[in-house]
Structure formats: C-alpha cells, structure tokens
Design a protein around this ligand. Structure first.
Ligand code: CP
Length: 337
C-alpha cells in the first residue's frame, strides 16, 4: 500500500488536510528525537535533491541541505546565477530537465506560479521553500514549536503582529485555521491581509472551530495570546519600502509592553528570522542612521527574553523539512493519518 503523501508536492498549506499537517508535525517531532538519540533514519538513500534558490536564505537552505544529508540523499544547490531558469530557459523546460535527474525539488523564489509549473512539469515532488504568497515549510516548524511548548495545538491563540500581507502572515492564517489554532493578525488597516486569504482561512475555520481575527488595535489584538509572532517589516524584494513601514509599524513592535498586554505570563515569542532586533546588520545600521531607531519588529530585550523561542523554530525547520521530504519521497509505510 502506498502512503498518502508519496509523490505529493507541498506548494501551499491549503492542499493538505488537518490530519495530514498534524502527521507531518508529529513526524517532525519524532525525527527530532531520532536525531538527538543518534538513530539513523536514511529514508532517502541514493536520492538526489535539487535546491533552487532565487532569493537569499540561511535557514531554508541549511535545513534542506542537512535534512537531505541525514536522510541519505544528495542535495545540490542551484542558485539563480548558477542555472538558466528564467533567463535563457523557461520554468517549464527547467522542470522537465531537473525532473529527469533529480528525485525532488525545493524551490524558493518570487512567484507561486513558478512552484506550480515546476510541480506540474517535473514529475517529482516540489517543496515550496518560500514564495511571495506562501511559506509552507516554515509552518510545519512553527506549529511544531507551538506543540512542543504547549503539548497541543487546538484552542491555542497565535497573534501575528507586523506586515499583515506577507507570505508568513498568509501561511499562519491558513495553517492555523486548518489546525484549529486561533490566529489574530494585528496590523494597520493599510496592511490588512488580502481578502482572498482571509476568506480561505475563514472557510477552513468553519470546520476546525478556529477563530480568525484581523485588527489594527494592538491592546485588544494581543490579549490572551499564547504566542506573539513577529516578522520583518520589509520582505525580500520590497527594500524601497523601509521609510513607509518604519513609520507605519512602530506601534506594532513586539516589546515588553506588548508582552505585558497579553495578560498571560506563559506567552511565548516566535519569529521566523532573520530579525532586526539591533544594529548589527547593514539594514539595522541603515534604519538607525535614516530613521533614528535601533530595533524594528522586536526589541533586543524581548528577543533575548526567556519567553523567546525563535532559535527552537530555526532548528525545527530542519526536522520539519526532513519530515516533509521523507513522507513525500521515502516510500514510508503510512497507510492512513
Ligand atoms: N525563515 C526563513 O525562511 O529563513 P531564511 O530566509 O534564512 O531561509
């Protein structure tokens, strides 16, 4: 019997059921334990994995590389300046070529449509390592981190604060709605999530019982949060928007005042990283010199607090990506979820 994940791509969370997402989260927790105990789990022995990156990455690239290697596969990094994709060769033709050589493809880029074309024409599983619309591999790690901290997911409340229209906000909304996690997006009205994403989340929430809330009111929005989630104010490809976002999003910064406003002393802090919590980066220095602030979406104090879990999240990227690749490519015995 073939497992229900075998041969499937992970392009967006909406394509997976609650039980399937839960299986991937629990499988990632299991693989984390195997890794810690030194138990081999080479489910992809002899496979070759293409890692296509049109945008920069630390976590996603490192996670796919280590996960593939632990699984016994060979990962090959193909950066945007290394191959012909989009410049001299269409995405469709690239997909057909890579599908003849590789057993699975990771794609990080701008257009969700490119991930879909790769999946349609390569004939092998394609895993979305981030597009402008969705960040599904991040979600398995994020909800895994929530489950590790609270022992459950259903009924928890996750509050995302910052740019409400970016890929992470989209993915948190839809994934939480599928899983039964209440998701609140706290953001200025001009950055409210796209209506289609909210409608999609509300559709899933009708089944799961999750409560979806979009608000520009920080105090009201963060009350009772089990997790406060921050992300960069300016996403990759939007570097001309620093001035606008710094002005707009300062009241939405995660700091000790916001933590107190949750009225919950067990609230954890999440951040998908990289984070601008000090001036030790080029962008951090630029923002300080131009706009006079030394911290953006999260203060250094909050980032280094005992409630912060961002480095657990970062580590979990590797375990969760391993679960995704093994489940979809490893011929595992998973008769049902
Ligand atoms: N969170 C995340 O996707 O990190 P990278 O951009 O470093 O891959």
């Amino acid at each position: 019997m073939q497992n229900i994940f075998q041969g499937r791509s992970l392009l967006a969370e909406k394509d997976f059921t609650k039980d399937e997402l839960m299986y991937l989260i629990d499988f990632a927790i299991h693989l984390k334990e195997l890794k810690k105990k030194g138990v081999p789990h080479r489910y992809l022995e002899g496979k070759n994995i293409a890692l296509l990156f049109e945008k920069a990455s630390t976590r996603t690239r490192a996670a796919f590389t280590v996960a593939a290697t632990d699984l016994g596969a060979h990962p090959e990094y193909l950066g945007k300046d290394d191959i012909q994709i989009g410049n001299k060769e269409s995405v469709e033709d690239t997909a057909k070529v890579l599908g003849r050589m590789f057993d699975g493809i990771e794609y990080r880029g701008f257009k969700q449509g490119n991930a879909e074309v790769l999946a349609e024409h390569s004939g092998v599983p394609v895993w979305n390592g981030l597009t402008d619309e969705w960040h599904p591999t991040q979600m398995i790690a994020d909800y895994m981190t929530l489950k590790e901290n609270f022992g459950k997911l259903e009924g928890l409340t996750l509050v995302y604060t910052g740019d409400g229209r970016n890929n992470v906000a989209n993915s948190l909304l839809v994934t939480g709605a599928i899983l039964g996690v209440n998701v609140t997006i706290v953001t200025p009205e001009s950055l409210f999530p796209d209506e289609t994403v909210v409608n999609m989340a509300e559709g899933f929430a009708e089944t799961s019982g999750a409560v979806i809330k979009i608000t520009d009111n920080v105090k009201d929005g963060v009350r009772n949060a089990d997790a406060l989630y921050a992300d960069v104010w300016v996403s990759m490809g939007e570097e001309d928007k620093f001035e606008e976002r710094v002005k707009l999003l300062q009241p939405y910064q995660v700091n000790t005042e916001m933590l107190a406003a949750t009225e919950n002393d067990k609230t954890i802090l999440l951040h998908c990283l990289p984070a601008f919590h000090d001036t030790k980066t080029d962008y951090g220095k630029m923002v300080e010199s131009k706009f006079g602030i030394s911290e953006m979406e999260i203060t250094d104090e909050a980032f280094r607090s005992s409630q912060a879990r961002q480095f657990d999240q970062a580590e979990n990227r590797m375990h969760s990506i391993k679960a995704i690749m093994a489940a979809t490519l490893g011929q595992l015995f998973i008769p049902r979820v």
